[in-house]
Ligand binder design. Structure first.
Ligand code: DAH
Length: 336
């Protein structure tokens, strides 16, 4: 009780309130709180020694006053900090602007992935021309002169002898005209057809062409290359199968299917319950095509394929409509 008697609690309280009220920073405020309210303060020690109700009420009264003063000063200091920042022209209450980072379009990502896969197999990546002669796009590929795909209703003509390429296959012709075998090339890029846009057609679309010309190439090389390609794109468990087909520039011609990478071959909506997904055309380079570019078909053999890049992207990401790729809605594209 000595300590209680020895202290003038009115003076203690005034001194403490002055210290708290004049604290100019949180650190100064904390120092005052420790000094007048902390465990070692005269107030805390006196409170521990209290035996009678009257002294308890007095000391508890001082304590609550000081605690209130600390809380009030704390709020005031926070407000002063805002005001200072505002004076300096900074409104610290405005939420920050999120920094949005751009990224590559999904089709560009897949195109680059495809390039990497073939670079890894020793292929040259070719940047083909989107403008082709009628000869490169049709004649050299032994397309029938009367075939409807040549008409102005299907193909964009620039003049009588020049078109926007309708597929990446004319790049095979250019490659064989400008390179000596062995040739291992892939050519991804834009193609153009006079199609009305719908969920699976677009007047502008992307294909990737592949051509290998060498001595002693067999159909097994084609199958192995496509298998490696699909496994890199869709997962190591994939299998491929070939079905017979027809293209004017390949003999025999095939179409490739890959085991469904959604259901693993059990059957689902994506593979139309067949367990297989159609990927595109391929074949054995027709000897007439070799003759058209001056390569001796008795000496060299080759395989080729052309697959749609949108189709690969749609299948791999479960997208139902290819128009999403060209509409550039960032809410859609931002998901990839
Ligand atoms: N050019 C064909 C198309 O657009 C696809 C194609 C089929 C390309 C067979 C090839 C091939 O290289 O060998 O439908």
């Amino acid at each position: 009780m000595d300590s209680l008697a020895a202290v003038d609690w009115t003076a203690y309280q005034d001194e403490a309130l002055a210290a708290i009220g004049s604290a100019l920073s949180e650190a100064e405020l904390d120092d005052a709180r420790v000094k007048y309210l902390g465990r070692k303060s005269a107030l805390a020690q006196a409170l521990r020694g209290v035996r009678d109700r009257e002294s308890g009420m007095l000391l508890n009264g001082v304590r609550s006053k000081l605690e209130e003063a600390v809380a009030a000063r704390e709020a005031e200091l926070a407000r002063l900090a805002y005001e200072l920042a505002a004076e300096a022209g900074v409104d610290v209450t405005i939420p920050g602007t999120p920094v949005t980072r751009g990224h590559l379009h999904l089709l560009t990502q897949i195109r680059r992935e495809i390039e990497d896969i073939f670079l890894g197999m020793g292929y040259e990546v070719w940047d083909g021309n989107e403008v082709a002669t009628v000869w490169e796009n049709f004649d050299a590929l032994t397309s029938d002169p009367g075939h409807p795909s040549r008409s102005q209703f299907d193909t964009f003509y620039i003049d009588q002898n020049t078109v926007l390429r309708t597929h990446t296959s004319p790049d095979q012709i250019r490659a064989m005209q400008t390179r000596k075998p062995p040739i291992y090339m892939v050519s991804p890029g834009r193609c153009y057809r006079r199609d009305t846009p719908d969920a699976t057609h677009s007047p502008i679309f992307l294909q990737v062409e592949c051509l290998a010309v060498d001595r002693g190439i067999t159909l097994a090389d084609l199958q192995g290359t496509v298998l490696k390609f699909f496994r890199a794109l869709f997962g190591e468990e994939r299998e491929v199968r070939m079905r017979t087909s027809f293209f004017p520039f390949t003999e025999p011609s095939v179409e490739f299917d890959v085991t469904c990478f959604i259901c693993g071959g059990e059957g689902c909506a994506t593979c139309k319950h067949s367990g297989w997904i159609e990927m595109g055309g391929a074949g054995w380079v027709d000897p007439d095509v070799f003759r058209n570019v001056g390569i001796d078909p008795d000496e060299y053999q080759g395989f080729a394929f052309g697959f749609g890049i949108e189709r690969i992207a749609m299948l791999r990401h479960g997208l139902p409509d290819l128009r999403a790729f060209w509409e550039n809605d960032l809410r859609v594209l931002g998901q990839f």
